[in-house]
Design a protein around this ligand. Structure first.
Ligand SMILES: NC(=O)c1ccc[n+]([C@@H]2O[C@H](COP(=O)([O-])OP(=O)(O)OC[C@H]3O[C@@H](n4cnc5c(N)ncnc54)[C@H](OP(=O)(O)O)[C@@H]3O)[C@@H](O)[C@H]2O)c1
Length: 290
């Protein structure tokens, strides 16, 4: 991977090797917002969505997170339209296990035959032979965990997915899933202002599992002029969004934030956070502020 930090600032975040074998820069991109309102249908500006994807890759991002349910399938289509044939080191993580029957509505469905169908569709929509990281979007409480994670193991054995990840889980659920499969990542809500899943993060760090914090800048709440980080931003020469992301990167070596945006300007701002290094006291001050 390139180490030219001027050309590829995302590399300044350092790398994390998923499953110990698949290195990615620790600042990724979340492709959920490349869809319409309510994560439903096409984006308002599809050309800008394509530009965002190409720009983040140009800036050294080589980990993109998406899901079958974003659109549904709109986000995966945008990724294929913008980036296929994919650059060699690009890792695309997708998910299944959450249906989207309408704008703003999500429902978990973890029946094994459904997960298999969605994996087959994601392979086709992304136009890949194998999905690098396949995440169970939510554990469906109506289906035994062994059936849900077990189906992902079968897909892995068949060569359709490479690595398995989980999303929005407790430590206990993560432990139980690890009795069934090798879990390389966990994607939970986590940001400076909401650190309720510290225990999951600490467990992931101990076990060298990637922790992918979704909502990393609290959907912009930590980014604007009203942000509690605005004052520090003014004298630090970094935007509030950059401070929020830099704090996450500093919090743990297994942290892999995936800020999402539909604008090239915000994408550039967010990736540049990889070059913001916080001192110990700035790290503590930010933690106390938010
Ligand atoms: N596993 C799960 O259950 C789950 C749930 C939600 C999300 N995710 C994943 O996590 C990714 C990130 O989460 P998220 O999108 O919810 O939260 P986020 O990245 O914290 O926030 C994205 C929002 O913030 C705005 N934004 C981004 N950069 C900004 C900046 N520099 N200044 C001001 N506003 C900015 C964006 O609007 P603009 O488009 O206007 O920039 C967008 O509305 C998603 O893309 C998705 O891949 C996973």
């Amino acid at each position: 991977m390139s180490t030219d930090l001027d050309a590829q600032p995302a590399a300044a975040a350092g790398t994390f090797a998923l499953g110990g074998v698949l290195p990615v820069h620790r600042l990724g991109f979340g492709a959920m917002h490349l869809t319409g309102p309510g994560i439903w249908g096409p984006p308002k500006d599809p050309d800008e969505a394509v530009r965002v994807l190409r720009r983040v890759v140009e800036l050294g991002v080589n980990f993109i997170d998406t899901a079958d349910s974003y659109g549904p399938f709109v986000s995966e289509h945008m990724i294929r339209a913008a980036l296929h044939p994919y650059p060699e080191h690009l890792v695309i993580a997708t998910k299944a296990g959450m249906t989207r029957p309408g704008p703003g509505i999500f429902r978990p469905v973890g029946r094994p035959e459904y997960l298999r169908q969605q994996a087959e569709l994601s392979l086709r929509h992304l136009e890949v032979d194998r999905i690098d990281l396949y995440q169970l979007h939510r554990i469906d409480p109506r289906v035994p965990l062994v059936d849900q994670v077990g189906e992902l193991v079968l897909l892995q054995q068949e060569g359709k997915i490479r690595h398995i990840g989980l999303s929005q889980v407790t430590v206990e659920q993560l432990r139980r899933a690890r009795e069934i499969a090798t879990i390389v990542s966990v994607q939970n809500l986590y940001n400076l202002a909401d650190r309720s899943d510290e225990d999951v993060l600490d467990y992931a760090e101990r076990e060298n599992i990637a922790f992918i914090p979704w909502y990393p800048i609290a959907t912009g709440e930590l980014a604007g002029p009203e942000s509690p980080l605005a004052a520090m931003s003014a004298h630090r020469g970094a935007t509030p969004a950059q401070l929020a992301l830099a704090w996450l990167l500093r919090r743990s070596p297994v942290m892999l934030p995936i800020p999402g945006t539909s604008s090239v300007a915000h994408a550039e701002e967010n990736v540049a956070a990889a070059r913001v290094t916080l001192t110990d006291s700035e790290f503590e001050e930010l933690a106390a502020l938010a």
